[in-house]
Design a protein around this ligand. Structure first.
Ligand SMILES: [Zn+2]
Length: 173
């Protein structure tokens, strides 16, 4: 029970991290955070019953270091909502595509790397999108300055979704 994940929000309500119940209770008890939402569970000790927190918010703003936006595979997939940026297919087995191929001087940077399904990646091969007559759904750019990378590896609990809507896969129309 003490290892249930708890979402930590920054003072400005941006998601900051995921911690376990034990750490969240310490932050609450030290007066460093406020309880935003309880989970369904409870902890029974000899003398007390605690509600297990699900979301807490820090009272002080934590500055996010710039290097935290380092390019990563999973970071690109999360930014692109796990969707191929050429055909729009949602997939858990995407590949990274360099929009301008590295062989043509394309950089390994947020604005030149997109998620692509293997069939689009294969079709595009070592060409620019225009040469391959393929169009990007959206121009790639660095992710928002949200520290999404800290929560991307954790399962997103449904009660967290209002705070991290960009991590929730879009329902297909
Ligand atoms: Zn595709």
């Amino acid at each position: 029970m003490l290892n249930t994940p708890v979402l930590i929000l920054n003072q400005n309500y941006q998601p900051l991290n995921v911690c376990n119940t034990r750490r969240a209770l310490v932050l609450l008890n030290l007066g460093k955070a406020e309880l935003m939402q309880d989970s369904a569970g409870q902890i029974h000790t000899v003398s007390k019953v605690f509600n297990i927190p699900s979301i807490i918010r820090l009272y002080r703003m934590v500055q996010i270091p710039l290097h935290s936006r380092r390019l990563s595979r999973i970071g690109v997939f999360v930014r692109d909502n796990h969707t191929c940026q050429y055909c729009g297919t949602y997939s858990k087995t995407l590949t990274l595509d360099h929009v301008i191929p590295r062989s043509k001087g394309g950089q390994h940077e947020w604005d030149n790397v997109v998620s692509a399904c293997s069939s689009c990646n294969h079709k595009k091969a070592g060409r620019n999108p225009s040469e391959a007559r393929m169009k990007l759904i959206k121009e790639p750019s660095p992710p928002r300055p949200n520290p999404f990378y800290l929560v991307e590896r954790s399962a997103i609990l449904s009660e967290w979704q209002p705070f991290i809507p960009w991590l929730v896969p879009q329902a297909s129309e």
